[in-house]
Design a protein around this ligand. Sequence first.
Ligand code: NAD
Length: 468
Amino acid sequence: MSSISFLEQVDRMFEKAAAYTSHPEGLLKQIRICNSMYKMEFPLKRDDGSIEVIEAWRSEHSHHKLPTKGGIRFAENVNEDEVAALATLMTYKCAIVNVPFGGAKGGIKINRKNYSEAEIERITRRYTYELVSKNFIGPGIDVPAPDYGTGPKEMAWIVDTYRSLTGDPLTAAACVTGKPVTLGGVRGRTEATGLGTYYGIREACSFLDDMTKLGLKTGLADKRVVVQGLGNVGYHAAKFMQEGGATIVGLAEYEGAIHNDAGLDVETVMAHRKATGSILNFPGATNLLKSSDALELPCEILIPAALESVITSENAGRIQAKIVGEAANGPVTADADAILLSKGVMILPDVYLNAGGVTVSYFEWLKNLSHVRFGRMSKRFEQASNERIVRAMAGAVGINLQDAELARVTAGADEIDLVKSGLEETMAGAYAEIREVAKRLDTDLRTAAFINAIDKVAASYTELGIFP
Ligand code: NAD
């Protein structure tokens, strides 16, 4: 483990990037520091009648844009430093993908496996109550989302609690994102972070000069991939990488890892895990009892998608991947970052690569405020216009189109199509911006991403008239 904290790691990365800019010191400090941190302790009545005190946090790192935005993590080791570090990353992430929010993050210090469903619901609702009572949640204030250990169900409890406490029927749904679709969620949010990870890696692998420098071809077809963590982000990232043509050769979970250089089918592994309770002993694969050994397997792309600080100065030298795609937040420590870069590894930084979640959360928030499903106003119109064009062209060249074929080529976009294309555009556009800075300043992609973020947040403060 690194001796410096997660927040110090993030701040070191910030300082490295800030040195490339000419912003005044006071402005840089204002961008770096955490604006507010709410630490709370509240009682939980357990199912057996005993009382337990639960520790939790919500950090709003930057109010340069409102609302602030960031997930809520349920994890045993969560602490104030980690929540502040994750909130900080959220500020930079939103700026990098041009999502108009400040950064925030929440954490509840529990191992959810030790609590019943009813207890988790009581914890989530009480946490929401605390946020409401201190004005730390609201569609224009601070909008949470899922993160490690949470999902649509917790978001549903949050919106329900918020609505009943505030009595705000018009905008309440926009107080949290990652909700089930039936409660105002947007189609595509569940898989957004994994899909964004795939779009980002695919984009990075499309540049001939960058791939040649790594001794690789463009595209995903010649890429062996190892993924750590098969939760929301890791499972979807692995699934989309496989569908995109890469070969998944290693998968790691907390119970161990499996390896097969000929390829692992992600869905079959998931089904095996569901049936046996473990990914181990998957037919045709070798078991790695020490799960973290998977990080050192021979592969072209390594995707850590579990938790922070898993690649440290201790194991960085043994990483064989040419590309590290940071789907998790903070998986590479600052020391390990320097080691990997000196080995010529391309690191696709978390602040860019896992921004798919917040991007689609932004779409969900827009949907909630506008009270209309994406595509509802335009789908039929698009379809009718496409049909007129296709029929005219087919008539001009004497082709008689079948109805099914016509319907396929003229279909208008549904919500899921628009969300995916908005996400793809966002990831491609942000990568182009980062790559341009990296090339121009001859620096790595993380530093370039941080420079971009610093410049954009600095511009907001300047527009607000706070700094010259
Ligand atoms: P999750 O709870 O759905 O899944 C995490 C998985 O990692 C679990 O299956 C867990 O068993 C596994 N895991 C934990 N420790 C491990 C270890 N040492 N080795 C192997 N596997 C391990 O969480 P998630 O939402 O997928 O989040 C994963 C990471 O992605 C976190 O760093 C989170 O901050 C980040 N992230 C999540 C989102 C999102 O939309 N959910 C968005 C951006 C970033």
